[in-house]
Design a protein around this ligand. Structure first.
Ligand code: SF4
Ligand code: SF4
Length: 225
């Protein structure tokens, strides 16, 4: 899931300055789970925009706005209204915003697409509606087999691959005393698994070419290009 947080309304208002007729597109996928861009938040945004003298030409939340076919299918019947919009506000992740722009361009429409959320990366829900924690940075070279299923790339503040920095105190990270030191978690886990010897192996630096952006996943051939 892509985590998102709402931008302050003042920032959204500034981005929409000068555009009177606005369409609002949310996302009933990840943004709904984050309670930032699902149907409920879209309705709330519509009310706020109206209070601020905007004319909302339509509002909807596709099932997954990052999925180009679903976004296109949701927008196709709204073409006339879309043509009358001076700007489109997207309550979705950065991917959803760019897919919306792409769909509009494919329609031949040059309408500004504005973002209403900040994307904070790939996170996994732990407690629905309350808390989600980033688990993976999609490094393209997963080392969880070597680290007891705990990711040091994501959970160590310094993304260290070969053990702790030595700064932890009482099991907490020296960078943030609220968080557990990832390497102490890994060590304890490997002890519990009876595999602590594996931690003696040197982990080679990661191949950052696998993280070169923008990445393209060739789904048919199952490889990153
Ligand atoms: S090592 Fe960590 S960041 Fe890389 S793929 Fe595995 S879980 Fe994700
Ligand atoms: S204290 Fe632990 S989690 Fe924090 S930076 Fe050092 S090794 Fe990483």
């Amino acid at each position: 899931m892509i985590g998102t947080t709402p931008k302050p309304f003042e920032e959204i208002s500034h981005a929409l300055k000068g555009y009177e007729k606005v369409a609002v597109i949310g996302c009933d996928g990840c943004a709904k789970v984050c309670m930032t861009g699902g149907s409920d938040q879209v309705s709330q945004m519509v009310e706020k925009l109206k209070e601020n003298s905007k004319n909302v030409v339509f509002a909807l939340s596709p099932e997954r706005t990052c999925y180009v076919d679903k976004t296109k299918a949701a927008l196709d019947p709204l073409m006339d209204k879309l043509k009358s919009a001076q700007a489109v506000l997207v309550l979705g992740c950065g991917g959803a915003v760019q897919i919306t722009r792409q769909v509009l361009e494919n329609y031949g429409l040059t309408i500004p697409v504005k973002v209403g959320l900040d994307s904070v990366g790939h996170i996994d829900t732990l407690i629905m509606g309350e808390l989600a924690i980033e688990q993976c940075q999609e490094c393209g070279e997963c080392i969880l087999n070597e680290t007891g299923g705990i990711c040091p790339v994501t959970k160590c503040a310094k993304s260290l691959l070969n053990g702790p920095c030595g700064g932890a105190q009482n099991g907490k990270c020296e960078v943030d005393s609220e968080r557990d030191c990832a390497w102490i978690l890994i060590y304890n886990r490997m002890i519990a698994l009876g595999e602590s010897d594996k931690l003696r192996r040197f982990m080679a630096p990661k191949d950052y070419s696998k993280m070169a952006k923008p990445r393209r996943l060739n789904i048919k051939e199952r490889r990153v290009e």
